[in-house]
Design a protein around this ligand. Structure first.
Ligand SMILES: [Zn+2]
Length: 294
């Protein structure tokens, strides 16, 4: 555990290697100050570490941060890029990166020393994988998903759709009137309220507001993009793995419901003129009935 001079309440978890580096630095500083002939003699400042973002032009402006050990970190990363890099590092199991992201989420900003560490770690991450392109949610998908969950006529209080991948879950749920952002769509891991992981929200305009601490898994991005392009196919494929209605989570028993991945009631609730699930459901029932006759 480490506390900083700027903010004594700030505690960080640090892994053994980082702690050992830190201790070496402190020990060295102690030896130097003990050996110094006059206490007034200022120690030479540590040479700054320069980082440049490989995605940016060299003309990009830089910012300087100072750690509580007096180390200068010069970074050309924006805060958003810094956060994205820390998320990658954090999802790779780096506990200190996660701690820094939690601080940012909780307090809205970092202290000078925290920002210095955040940019130092983020720049190391960026330097490691400069060309790694990430899968992204498509704008058209977000708009389509928003439309899917805004059930006409307000038949349901908080319509949601759920997908599974092994032990993992993905839930998209329309935020109710009393929520922080009514009419937006919250995206979570499907856990119960208060204990779930929030990945972000689709805002009313179809924009994506990502959570800082939890990154949407790649399979979930595939589902969300797929759901917009081929809703029926994506729902059918996923329900084959679960045997449940993607909307209400009830076990499916009727053949047409199993085939469609949803019960008739939910198909009716989620039908819109653009996506007539009820029509598709009844067509499927008819098709299966005729198939059985032959
Ligand atoms: Zn259902």
């Amino acid at each position: 555990m480490v506390t900083t001079a700027e903010n004594p309440a700030f505690k960080i978890n640090i892994d053994e290697q980082e702690l050992s580096e830190l201790c070496k630095g402190i020990a060295l500083a102690c030896v130097r100050s003990a050996a110094a002939p006059a206490p007034a003699a200022a120690a030479a400042p540590a040479p700054p570490i320069y980082f440049t973002d490989p995605d940016e032009t060299p003309a990009k402006k830089t910012r300087t941060f100072k750690t509580s050990q007096g180390e200068h970190v010069i970074s050309s990363l924006s805060d958003d890029k810094c956060i994205a890099a820390l998320q990658r590092k954090g999802s790779g199991g780096h506990a200190f990166s996660k701690t820094l992201l939690e601080k940012k989420d909780r307090f809205g900003s970092w202290t000078q020393a925290q920002a210095a560490w955040a940019h130092k770690l983020a720049n190391e991450q960026v330097a490691q994988a400069p060309t790694q392109k990430e899968k992204e949610l498509e704008r058209a998908s977000l708009i389509a998903l928003l439309a899917l969950l805004k059930v006409p006529g307000g038949k349901l209080k908080q319509p949601s759709i759920v997908f599974e991948n092994g032990d993992s879950m993905l839930r998209l749920q329309l935020a109710g009137a009393r929520s922080k952002k009514p009419g937006s769509v919250n995206v979570t891991d499907g856990g119960e309220y208060g204990k779930n992981t929030w990945y972000g929200r689709i805002d009313q305009a179809g924009g994506w507001e990502a959570a800082r601490t939890s990154k949407l898994p790649v399979w979930a991005i595939d589902i969300m993009n797929g759901l917009a392009k081929d809703p029926a196919g994506t729902i059918r494929d996923n329900s084959k793995l679960t045997g449940r209605c993607c909307f209400c989570r009830r076990k499916l028993d009727q053949p047409a419901a199993v085939s469609m991945g949803m019960g008739l009631q939910c198909a009716q609730n989620f039908s819109t003129p653009a996506l007539d699930l009820e029509r598709s459901w009844k067509d499927e029932e008819k098709r299966l009935r005729e198939q059985n006759k032959n």
